[in-house]
Write a protein that binds this ligand. Structure first.
Ligand code: PLP
Length: 393
């Protein structure tokens, strides 16, 4: 029987059955519109309030500092566009890392068209933002500094506390996209010091299409979706009650089980890295070895085309990814690896494996064996260097 092995937890995670069970009544029995004034509405609103309280407590913020959205992409857009819209003054610069998720990068490019100045921080070969570039670039014109907490491709954890100190020292606000950090890193917004922070439920075994943005009390932000008074007037649209309830349940489970999951997932990742480095010549780990989230191993297999390798793995039932799911299908090399100073050919030979709590040691071993076989087969074929087919014949 063909095996099926999922090593793409950074793209999304399976819904936890406990989360599903918590959500089910809110599709049928408790179906009211949380904005309606009658009993049906109040029952739904009560569930939303409870969910907001729970998630806010987990992040160590107040319930009215937390806004539900349709996920990480919307939260990122809300943070960037909402801050720029609400703060029209002398400060007109956004400083960001070049390894942000596309949700941030393309949003910022839009803002640039509207006259916002953009400057990028430097990132080292280790996949970590260089703080000295932050000291140089962040200045009195900077409105917002934006740097993800953990990178989605190489898993590197960024020095957010230090960036907060630099940003606040210059009177700028700071936003972090914590979508990839949240599954394995305990988040305390007060301790971290950020002004805005985004999270998404489907990376933590919650439902897809729901996320949240934390906005520190006192920070001026405009909504970007109009059409209703929901979310304190900042986000119009009927509240997705089942998903809000599911999100909160996923957070509750995560907070209870994170440590245990982390230890288990780390043991799988360590086994994978150790075996790949020992048994596959020319395999090189991308990103800092220590300062990375527990579930990420991103490898360059020098001299091998990453897409072809992924295809071969998929034929054997192993699901991994080249770059992030959101940029999959693009022929461009990963912008993250290129920003880290990695050569284009090496970037194109790179694959992200991301592990989760349902994975097993046996799956790791199967993957390593399959990788060895696939690489041997691909090594026999001369690497297609990108010349046009016409030129080749
Ligand atoms: N930010 C990061 C770092 C991500 O990895 C992702 C999804 O992969 C997103 C934002 C987008 O989140 P969502 O899929 O909930 O829109």
């Amino acid at each position: 029987m063909k095996r099926s092995v999922y090593f793409d937890y950074s793209a999304t995670t399976p819904l936890d059955k406990r989360v599903l069970n918590k959500m089910l009544p809110y599709f049928s029995d408790v179906f009211g519109n949380a904005n309606s004034q009658h009993g049906f509405g109040r029952n739904a609103a009560c569930a939303v309030d409870k969910a907001r309280d729970g998630i806010a407590a987990a992040l160590n913020c107040a319930a009215n500092e937390l806004f539900f959205t349709s996920g990480g992409t919307e939260s990122d857009n809300f943070a960037l566009r909402g801050i720029v819209k609400a703060n029209t003054g002398k400060r007109n610069k956004v400083v960001l890392s070049p390894i942000e998720h596309d949700a941030v990068l393309s949003c910022v490019k839009d803002l640039e068209k509207d006259g916002i100045k953009i400057e990028y921080l430097n990132v080292g070969k280790d996949g970590i933002v260089d703080l000295s570039s932050a000291e140089q670039i962040i200045d009195e014109d900077t409105l917002l500094v934006c740097c993800m907490y953990a990178n989605n491709e190489v898993g590197t954890v960024q020095p957010i506390k230090e960036l907060c100190r630099i940003a606040h020292g210059k009177g700028a606000l700071i936003f972090t996209d914590a979508v990839q950090a949240f599954p394995s890193i305990k988040i305390d917004v007060k301790d971290l010091g950020v002004d805005l922070l985004s999270v998404s439920a489907h990376k933590i075994h919650g439902p897809k299409g729901i996320g949240a943005l934390y906005v520190k009390k006192g920070v001026k932000i405009d909504g970007i979706i109009t059409g209703g008074r929901q979310e304190n007037g900042k986000r119009g649209g009927t509240t997705n009650v089942p998903s809000v309830v599911g999100f909160s349940e996923a957070v509750e489970i995560l907070e209870r089980e994170r440590e245990e999951n982390n230890a288990y997932i780390l043991s799988l990742k360590d086994r994978f890295i150790e075996r790949v480095e020992r048994e596959i010549p020319n395999a090189r780990l991308n990103g800092d070895r220590e300062r990375r989230v527990v579930g990420n191993a991103n490898f360059a297999f020098l001299g091998i085309d990453g897409e072809s390798l992924l295809f071969k793995l998929d034929l054997e039932g192993i699901c991994a990814s080249a770059g992030s799911a959101c940029t999959a299908g693009s022929l461009e090399p990963s912008h993250v690896l290129i920003s880290m100073g990695i050569e284009e050919e090496i970037a194109k030979s790179s694959i992200r494996f991301s592990f989760g709590k349902e994975n097993t040691k046996d799956q790791i071993d199967y993957c390593v064996e399959t990788l060895k076989k696939a690489i041997e087969e691909l090594s026999a074929v001369p690497l297609f260097k990108g010349e046009s087919i016409d030129k080749k014949v």
